[in-house]
Design a protein around this ligand. Structure first.
Ligand SMILES: C[S@@+](CC[C@H](N)C(=O)[O-])C[C@H]1O[C@@H](n2cnc3c(N)ncnc32)[C@H](O)[C@@H]1O
Length: 455
């Protein structure tokens, strides 16, 4: 039946009653009724007592047997109150009568037919009572919205890493950081620590200098997380870990076939290397990271995931050194053995990785290893940021320039994720050309001279 909103003077008595009741008995039907009180606005020191307020809420009392979803519950479902830690259905007068607490909007939204059915068919009685709310009864979003100035758009971003919630705060939010921390801590069941970074400039190992905003520091920074069916232990204050890369890690995982060789130049604690070594058949993974802490966790994660030693080897070298030694001998062995399988080289250090590409030039010197006609180059997966207008062209050009190669065939540029307003991360995948890997030092010198001329 169509709902007709009567002018106030013509509304039934029960609706008019709320307007003539004393202030304290009025059910506030405005959208702010269930939000934290205005007194929390602009709070910079955590004062949970300011979130307390008393609200009048409508309810429907029903014989317990009629509360179920196939009876009165069906009609009431859209109107039942939803607040965290707030029991919506309560026992009153023994277990034979139940009180269903409703959202204040029920006063306007429940049509008279439904109301009649609830009363005549299910023995409902309508009423209202007052309830004390505190900070545990609001959602995180409701609390943050009410505390932070209206003109500030929410938090930049947050990530959950085990028991740690990491928030990236805009400068304008810094005065509210401890309150933001406490709100997140009190509304996230798994969080024991809420942290933010103290330095804007990222360091060479891409780990973050962390400041604890809320929680007991004794909880510590060592967490265990799961990704791609593997377990990873890490110290979030000492190594790089980003849960937003899990899809990308899986995309690369999917590219690896039985028997392939993988050389992970900037392996971190192993999100590419560990699942590939653990779950792909007959692969050999060489995983490298310059950060001694990343290397330590990489090694311990190999054990944690019970990966046989012959499937993965870990190194603590500079990426350039790793390419010139481990990748070089691995490629020589690969071409000498005339292996059918493929070689993949992930290089995930987006701010710098393309600068490591020149290390592939002339890496192989023994041209008897493989003929150019039958040569299939190793697949490089190098990561980079771009904010150029034509990102694909920009990134292709950067890679080609670093390899001194005018044109690399079948180079694909894949979007990975948006990092910030003007920063996108990409994976550029391509096969290293024969003429790059086997370029002679003379060629290199000629190229260097050509570059010098151009600059
Ligand atoms: C962006 S993280 C990527 C880690 C991991 N591959 C992932 O996908 O999460 C880059 C890693 O490169 C390491 N790193 C930085 N400079 C390096 C270098 N010159 N040689 C080798 N590793 C380096 C850092 O310690 C860090 O673990």
């Amino acid at each position: 039946m169509m709902k007709i909103r009567l002018p106030l003077g013509l509304r039934p008595l029960q609706y008019i009653k709320k307007f003539i009741m004393k202030d304290k008995d009025i059910v506030d039907t405005t959208p702010s009724a269930l939000l934290p009180p205005d007194s929390v606005q602009g709070m910079t020191t955590w004062r949970p007592e300011l979130f307390r307020k008393t609200v009048n809420l409508p309810h429907v009392d029903l014989p317990a047997r009629n509360v179920s979803k196939d009876k009165a519950g069906n009609i009431l479902k859209p109107h039942i109150i939803k607040l965290p830690n707030f029991p919506r259905v309560r026992e009153i007068g023994g277990d034979s009568v139940k009180r269903v607490v409703c959202n204040p909007t029920i006063m306007d939204d429940l049509d008279s037919d439904s109301k009649d059915r609830l009363t005549s068919e299910f023995g409902a009685e309508f009423g209202q009572s007052s309830y004390d709310l505190d900070h545990s009864n609001y959602t995180q979003l409701a609390m943050l919205k009410q505390v932070l100035p209206k003109d500030i758009e929410g938090l930049t971003s947050s990530q959950i890493v085990g028991h740690i919630t990491y928030v990236n705060l805009k400068d304008e939010l810094l005065p509210y950081k401890s309150v933001i921390g406490e709100i997140i801590l009190s509304t996230s069941p798994r969080a024991k620590l809420v942290v933010t970074k103290t330095n804007i400039i990222e360091n060479k190992f891409r780990n973050l200098d962390l400041e604890i905003l809320a929680g007991d520091p004794k909880a510590g920074f060592v967490v265990e997380v799961r990704e791609n069916e593997c377990r990873f232990e890490l110290d979030f204050s000492k190594v790089y870990w980003n849960p937003r890369l899990s899809t990308e890690h899986f995309r690369v995982f999917e590219l690896i076939k039985t028997g392939d060789k993988v050389f992970d130049v900037f392996a971190g604690i192993g999100p590419f290397a560990i699942p590939i070594a653990k779950r792909k058949k007959a692969v050999v993974v060489h995983a490298n990271d310059l950060n001694p802490e990343s290397h330590k966790y990489l090694v311990s994660n190999v054990k944690l995931n019970k990966i046989p030693e012959h499937k993965i080897k870990c190194y603590n070298l500079d990426g350039a050194e790793f390419i010139k030694t481990i990748v070089k001998s691995g490629l020589e062995e690969h071409y000498r053995d005339k292996k059918e399988a493929d070689v993949h080289i992930p290089m995930n250090l987006p701010a710098l990785a393309t600068e490591f590409l020149p290390n592939f030039k002339g890496l192989l010197t023994d041209s008897d290893l493989v003929q150019e006609e039958s040569f299939q180059g190793p697949m490089v997966h190098v990561y980079a940021f771009s904010n150029a207008e034509n990102k694909e062209a920009d990134l292709k050009q950067i890679c080609q320039r670093n390899l001194d190669c005018d044109e690399i065939e079948c180079m694909s540029v894949n979007f990975v994720r948006n990092v910030s307003a003007n920063k996108d991360m990409f994976r550029i995948s391509f096969r290293l050309p024969y003429k790059v890997l086997f370029s002679s030092s003379n060629d290199n010198e000629a190229q260097l001279a050509k570059r010098a001329k151009l600059t």
